[in-house]
Design a protein around this ligand. Structure first.
Ligand SMILES: [Zn+2]
Length: 113
């Protein structure tokens, strides 16, 4: 379960697939999980361009993703994709990052969904 959550999935069971999970970013649904499945590996297999899956793979040291330069265009795109158009400051000019404020608010808003 922890692994599934780290791979970007939330639980959305259906009568026909009681173990169905969905990626919050790429909306990929995966079910039919087996005990030895690696959620991150399955995520990348079925949705290889998902930004969250790629970033999570780097963090987990999975595959060769961590060896790609962080400024490689594909990596930049992957990280940008994790914002998913939700970044609230894109249209404001002169945005300055207030780490403290944004940090605490972001943590809370994620928990509340
Ligand atoms: Zn995904």
């Amino acid at each position: 379960m922890n692994q599934l959550a780290k791979a970007g999935f939330f639980f959305e069971p259906h009568p026909k697939s009681p173990d169905n999970v969905v990626c919050f970013l790429c909306n990929k649904s995966l079910d039919g999980w087996e005990e030895n499945d690696n959620p991150l590996e399955e995520h990348l297999k079925h949705s290889p361009t998902c930004g969250w899956a790629i970033v999570a793979a780097i963090e987990a040291g999975f595959g060769n993703y961590g060896k790609v330069h962080p400024l490689d265009p594909a990596m930049v795109e992957a990280r940008k994709a994790t914002f998913g158009g939700r970044w609230p400051y894109e249209s404001k000019k002169g945005f300055k990052c207030k780490t403290k404020k944004v940090g605490t608010r972001f943590g809370r808003s994620v928990e509340q969904g």
